[in-house]
Design a protein around this ligand. Structure first.
Ligand SMILES: [Zn+2]
Length: 334
């Protein structure tokens, strides 16, 4: 286990939680094992508690230096097929979005994600195993007040007919996501909901990633998606869904796109209070809309307005971002 300040069991005070919106973390550590969907190699992560205001951070325990970085939009190094975070130098961690979605969906403000390789395990292709792990670890309420990123005006990014948008909202985060695939198994699907732990568990957490068998075979030949299987993805052929168990929801595809958006938007660094909309989006547009938000200091504020949470949330000192641009309508293994 890494010797980190954030790995210590935090001081918690559930007694003071009544009536206040307080930050949370995990009560204990919990591990998950599986394979990386792209590497096909065994992968293990451990979710650790973290102190108030630490946010979520990612650590590579397999590298001698144990590089660690905050899980923030400014650390995104690739949005191709999945969302990858750079930890400094050449170290990165891929496929963070389903774990991030589970943490954000259940309202976990502070945690350390320890990974023993370059990729978070894909598990069943959804956030459900991470939700089960967080439930096993249990939440702890901290004494620090939760802060939100309040969206003050609409920012929008477009690529062709695809777009992602963040605008002011009444309370919390609402999502309105639409996808359109020229395939009878998917077609046009749209879903809207207000995010809270109950809606995340019920509506989104179990929705799995998906891909078209032709794309998967092409990715295999290129050395990607080596861990992809019917155990961790919905595979679609011309004949329809190949998984013998079928779908978990009739509109599982748009639900998974929304789950991905929850995970990608969690890289804002704090819960967003606003309205997210996207059409034919994916990781690249989800990231681009956060870039657009933080590029405009008049488009957002921390609420309640206290000292900045972490330096990297401030766009003026954020590291330059270089991420692979993918066509927004390309087959997205999300
Ligand atoms: Zn996904």
């Amino acid at each position: 286990m890494p010797r980190l300040e954030t790995a210590r069991r935090p001081n918690t005070s559930p007694r003071r939680a009544a009536g206040r919106d307080l930050q949370t973390t995990l009560s204990s550590c919990v591990a998950l094992e599986g394979v990386g969907v792209h590497s096909g190699k065994p992968a293990r992560i451990v979710l650790h508690p973290a102190e108030a205001n630490a946010g979520v951070a990612v650590l590579r325990s397999d590298l001698a230096a144990e590089p660690v970085a905050p899980a923030l939009w400014s650390r995104v190094v690739s949005t191709e097929l999945c969302t990858s975070l750079g930890l400094g130098g050449r170290a990165a961690v891929a496929t963070v979005e389903h774990a991030m979605a589970a943490l954000a969906g259940l309202g976990v403000d502070n945690a350390l994600i320890e990974v023993d390789g370059p990729e978070v395990p894909v598990l069943d292709g959804s956030s459900a195993p991470f939700v089960a792990a967080i439930d096993e670890a249990e939440l702890a309420t901290l004494t620090a007040e939760r802060r939100h990123i309040e969206v003050l005006k609409t920012v929008r990014v477009e690529r062709g007919a695809a777009f992602a948008e963040l605008g002011p909202g009444a309370e919390g985060l609402t999502l309105d996501v639409e996808i359109s695939f020229d395939h009878a198994a998917i077609g046009r699907q749209r879903k809207a909901l207000r995010l809270d732990p109950a809606t995340f568990r019920r509506e989104l957490a179990r929705a799995r990633t998906f891909g078209f068998i032709g794309d998967i075979e092409r990715l295999w030949r290129a050395g990607f998606a080596l861990g992809a299987s019917l155990e961790n993805s919905i595979a679609i052929s011309d004949a329809g869904v190949l998984n013998p168990e079928g779908l978990r929801f009739s509109d599982e595809f748009v639900r998974h796109k929304m789950l991905d958006a929850v995970g990608d938007l969690a890289l804002a660094g704090a819960p967003i209070r606003g309205a997210f909309r996207s059409r034919c989006g994916g990781h690249a547009l989800n990231h681009a809309v956060l870039q657009a938000l933080f590029a405009d200091a008049s488009a957002w504020r921390l609420s309640p307005a206290l000292a900045p949470m972490r330096g990297e949330m401030r766009p003026d000192i954020a590291a330059p971002i270089a991420f692979g641009v993918q066509p927004a309508l390309a087959p997205d293994r999300s």
